[in-house]
Design a protein around this ligand. Structure first.
Ligand SMILES: [Zn+2]
Length: 231
């Protein structure tokens, strides 16, 4: 296994996700288009997604917005708290997590995602009340503060029983792909055609009244390798 000279961006969040999934089943997420006109605040502690890595084309929070018909050409929604002229405003740099809670809290595991510039989305603007004239955004449910876009998105409803979460060197970020039972068996037998990522987690989506997510196997720095098959 290649030694990574630098810590892998986002590894801490993935380790936290795996630990949480081992303790309790991790439930599904949702991303629903809504109209919200209320004032909003940055979600405290949600700025840890390594989304500023140059050239990162991974499944970022911004991509979740554009996939849900919020145009790439949208400006940063914030219309108050003026940014200095040399800053990123009014660019749509990120999908910013916002909440109606002045304390930046996530209410009932829900928050909102809207186009923002990096400057307004910065932690330094936490607890600043934002007004906005555009109101089309996504309501995220099941969101775990600070989690990566990839672990949130792989918990959206899916017909596939498995997801392979992995760190993609070429994207400099975490991404995932869905897997069928047959694809997982092929993977476990080492017969998959694609090169095997060095750093990965296999998540099983367990059906039930509420779908839950279990870690079936993982190979992560800082975590002993889990058996690839059930124990
Ligand atoms: Zn802005």
């Amino acid at each position: 296994m290649t030694q990574h000279m630098d810590p892998i961006p986002g590894l801490a969040q993935v380790l936290a996700f795996v630990e949480r999934a081992r303790l309790h089943p991790v439930e599904s997420t949702g991303a629903a288009p809504v109209t919200l006109t209320a004032d909003v605040y940055n979600v405290d502690g949600s700025d840890t997604d390594p989304k500023h890595v140059p050239g990162n084309k991974g499944k970022t929070w911004k991509e979740l917005l554009t996939k849900n018909n919020i145009p790439d050409t949208s400006p940063c929604y914030v219309t108050n708290a003026p940014a200095p002229a040399d800053k990123t405003h009014p660019q749509f740099n990120v999908g910013g997590h916002v909440t109606t809670d002045p304390n930046g809290g996530v209410i009932d595991d829900s928050c909102y995602l809207m186009p923002m510039c990096s400057w307004h989305n910065n932690k330094a603007r936490d607890r600043v009340k934002f007004t906005h004239s555009q109101s089309k955004m996504l309501k995220l449910t099941g969101y775990m503060k600070g989690e990566l876009a990839a672990t949130f998105q792989l918990r959206l409803p899916s017909p596939h029983p498995y997801a392979l979460l992995y760190y993609a060197e070429d994207l400099q970020g975490w991404t995932y792909r869905d897997m069928t039972e047959v694809q997982l068996m092929t993977w476990e037998q080492g017969a998959a055609r694609e090169p095997r990522p060095e750093v990965y987690v296999i998540v099983e989506r367990v059906p039930g009244p509420r779908v839950t997510h279990h870690v079936r196997a993982a190979q992560l720095p800082g975590l002993p390798e889990l058996a690839a098959t059930g124990d």
